[in-house]
Design a protein around this ligand. Structure first.
Ligand code: GLA
Length: 386
């Protein structure tokens, strides 16, 4: 198991008694690009995770080493300065150390080794797991007492500094997720409740398209956010109480349709309707109505693809081909867009056959070998015993 390898590597190369922290990835049942518009989301923390082994080193230096896939080591002083590094992940740690300094948390040197099994760039939020796990681990070992909401905000701020103007969905899933449940989060007041997503006779399955997209590198994600903000500015002219798209109704956006950019309009309408889909999804899950759940997933994907324009031809193929299989009731792309995983709801009795057919068809169509994971919802970030 990856956790054991990380811990053993730490013991062999650093010190014998590390603290161990597990920080999970996340899925999202529905509610994409709604978080930074202060809308609704329905994510869940999963069993795939990043593991940190760490211990105080009696200096003022952070030594951080990635285990396995990214074999690189960086050193940063207590202010976040240090020799140049080329690894992308190093930027996140540096940003977090800088933010903690700005917030006047007293820092001391720590040795870290981390590694995990969240596929990078697959829409499962490995960067939120990294940022929130690192901050949580530092808070534990240095007794900083940073509460979970604050850790989420620090994780988000780190993403903003690296270049992704994200919302808080991923960080909240990492920090507040709970085994067996999805987290229905209202991004306006950050209130949440747990929602079981098990539907008797059905399974949730993720299919990784293996199309990876570093959202923080391209500008497509941030452009979507700008479109939403442009509509908010216009809507404010009619109603000064509007602070985000959450405050804009479908009627209100229709009223300004001819005064705004067509692309911005389509994108913002998608967000307003996506919020509605989250609410409908909660009802459908509560009613155990798998057919309706499937229809909402498909409607969400269609609008993400044609209106919000964040899908790719490969992902659209994956969603479409899944619909041709017996027992697949719904499918949609998950996460920030432009690649990653689809989430699928499939009748138990059809799962094996349907997944096999989807994987084969996708490989034939694209030449890419996809992967499949059965969704397992697990707990939020936590300290483990070694
Ligand atoms: C990324 C961002 C999140 C959210 C999703 C899309 O994962 O980090 O804040 O906006 O995309 O729903």
């Amino acid at each position: 198991m990856i956790k054991d390898s990380v811990v053993q590597f730490f013991k062999d190369n650093y010190s014998p008694n590390p603290v161990i922290v597990r920080s999970p990835g996340r899925v999202n049942i529905i509610g994409e690009h709604t978080d930074y518009n202060l809308g609704f989301v329905l994510p869940a923390s999963i069993e795939k995770a990043i593991y940190f082994a760490l211990q105080l080193n009696g200096t003022n230096t952070f030594n951080i080493e990635a285990f396995l896939t990214l074999p690189e080591k960086i050193s940063l002083d207590a202010k976040g300065n240090g020799p140049e590094f080329s690894c992308f992940w190093g930027k996140y740690f540096k940003a977090i150390i800088e933010i903690l300094n700005e917030k006047n948390y007293p820092l001391k040197g720590v040795d870290f080794v981390f590694g995990g099994d969240i596929p990078i760039g697959s829409g499962l939020s490995s960067s939120a797991a990294l940022c929130c796990g690192f901050t949580y681990a530092l808070s534990k070992i240095l007794h900083l007492n940073i509460d979970r909401t604050e850790i989420a905000k620090i994780g988000q701020e780190a993403e903003h500094r690296i270049g992704l103007n994200c919302g808080l969905m991923d960080q909240y899933a990492v920090l507040f997720g709970k085994k067996g449940n999805a987290l229905f989060l209202d991004c306006k007041d950050l209130s949440y409740k747990y929602v079981p997503i098990n539907l008797v006779g059905y399974s949730w399955v993720l299919i990784n398209s293996k199309i990876t997209h570093e959202l923080a590198v391209g500008n497509e994600y941030n452009e979507r956010r700008q479109s939403c903000e442009a509509i908010v500015e216009k809507a404010k002219e009619n109603n000064s109480n509007v602070a985000s798209l959450r405050d804009v109704s479908e009627d209100a956006i229709m009223a300004i349709k001819n005064d705004v950019d067509t692309t911005d309009f389509k994108r913002a309408l998608y967000v307003i309707q996506e919020n509605e889909r989250v609410l409908k999804m909660i009802k459908a899950l509560e009613n155990g109505d798998a057919k309706e759940v499937g229809n909402i997933l498909l409607a969400g994907h269609k609008s993400m693809s044609t209106d919000f324009e964040i899908s790719t031809s490969e992902i659209d193929y994956l969603v479409n081909v899944s619909q041709e299989q017996d027992g697949v009731v719904g499918s949609r792309m998950m996460g920030g867009g432009f690649g990653g995983c689809t989430i699928n709801l499939i009748k138990d009795k059809n799962v094996d056959k349907a997944v096999k057919k989807i994987l084969t068809a996708y490989k034939e169509e694209t030449g890419i070998t996809p992967e499949c994971y059965h969704l397992q919802i697990d707990d939020s970030v936590q300290t483990l015993n070694s």
